[in-house]
Design a protein around this ligand. Structure first.
Ligand code: SOE
Length: 386
């Protein structure tokens, strides 16, 4: 069967540009039944040397150094935004106005206000859209969703999650520029809240429903850093660490922690859900495993089960090797592309959409405000029907 083409224009060729490109390149080999195949039409970055090398390395047919030119091209169907966060809004609005589908790396935006404009643009122009909260698509995490939705955990009491890293402890690291834009408030919007907690919040609401209100605290451990663009020591304005607790709409309590100052932790992303009938735990460092405690197991064998989520009847795994063989981080992006292509085929939404991601943005904003104002903040999240 000859496939229909979905012609991709990727903007930004850093770490996320590579993860997305890998997803596009591998999807048709492993999801052969999809009607659409992605075609790597063009990649765009301001630096010609960099973008040319990237296009050659990843097999893009062409390159641009001006994103407006990429959006104007008639041979592009979908624009994928992998730039720092301060470019998301302008590019997404322009792409939507040009009638392109828009895929955007997380978080949706720097602020809620920017996010609202992005949602308005994709909805007014009726273009397909999605945000790359990739961890939803790891098989063990998708299985957790199936278990929660089946009611096996019963009434949920607690949701506990963290995302810990240690790469910014060195006080001599600069802020800003291509390598360290995540530490520059102007480029990133916020620090760990938008970068790491946003993943925790997306998964938490996907698995456990809306977050109603939050009480948070943030800290900046290194107060000044040299700014890559000005060459001067400047105040650090992003949050280095953020902790919050919350109420979910379903009555359960949530506890969230994220930092880039947890020495020894490179990407420790975990969650645990405790329900009346059972509990679940997951850890990115052992991403194929889901821990499950079922309180109705027979007493003498009752205990935490460690499920190695690699069997063909578990989410996505029929597409890969044989039972027992693991997959990795990069596969979550292949799965996201597959689900996006499937949604183009059947005309359904590919979650999380911009509107779904706006709900995460509401929580991020409430968290930052709560820390600043030293009080509980309502989120105004509307997670019904998600
Ligand atoms: C930050 O170090 C980072 O790369 C995030 O930006 C990603 O979203 C996360 O998945 C891994 O950590």
């Amino acid at each position: 069967m000859s496939k229909k083409e979905l012609r991709i224009g990727l903007i930004g060729c850093g770490f996320m540009g590579r993860t997305h490109s890998n997803g596009y390149k591998r999807v048709s080999n492993f999801f052969p039944d999809l009607e659409y195949k992605p075609v790597l039409k063009a990649v765009c970055s301001r630096s010609e040397d960099k973008v040319k090398a990237f296009a050659e390395q990843w097999g893009y047919e062409s390159y641009e150094t001006d994103w407006k030119k990429l959006i104007a091209r008639e041979d592009i169907d979908a624009v994928d935004i992998c730039t720092p966060n301060n470019m998301h809004m302008e590019i997404a609005i322009a792409a939507a106005a040009a009638g392109k589908m828009v895929l955007c790396e997380k978080p949706l935006s720097r602020t809620l206000e920017e996010g609202e404009k992005m949602v308005a643009a994709v909805e007014a122009n009726q273009v397909k859209n999605t945000i790359w909260y990739n961890y939803r698509r790891l098989p063990a995490v998708t299985l957790a969703k199936q278990i929660v939705d089946s009611g096996k955990l019963g009434k949920i009491f607690h949701y506990r999650t963290n995302f810990l890293q240690d790469w910014t402890i060195n006080e001599n690291l600069p802020q800003g520029g291509a390598a360290f834009w995540r530490m520059d408030a102007e480029a990133a919007g916020s620090g760990v809240t938008g970068d790491l907690l946003a993943h925790c919040i997306d998964l938490a609401m996907w698995l456990n429903g809306g977050i109603k209100d939050v009480s948070a605290m943030t800290e900046i451990f290194v107060k000044q850093r040299m700014h890559e663009e000005t060459g001067k020591m400047e105040d650090v304005k992003i949050d280095d660490a953020c902790l919050f607790h919350c109420h979910f709409d379903n009555g359960s309590l949530g506890l969230f922690e994220s930092t880039r100052y947890a020495r020894g932790h490179k990407a420790l992303f975990t969650f645990e859900i405790n329900g009346e009938k059972g509990s679940l735990k997951w850890d990115l460092h052992d991403l194929n495993r889901l821990e499950y405690f079922n309180n109705s197991d027979e007493g003498i064998v009752k205990g935490w089960r460690s499920i190695h989520v690699t069997d063909g009847d578990q989410p996505y795994m029929d597409k890969w090797w044989v039972p027992g063989l693991s997959i990795g981080y990069e596969h979550s992006f292949v799965h996201q592309v597959a689900d996006f292509l499937q949604s183009v085929e059947n005309g359904e939404e590919c979650h999380p959409t911009f509107r779904d991601a706006l709900e995460t943005q509401k929580v991020c904003e409430a968290v930052i405000n709560s820390a600043k104002n030293r009080k509980w903040e309502d989120t105004d999240v509307d997670w019904k029907n998600k």
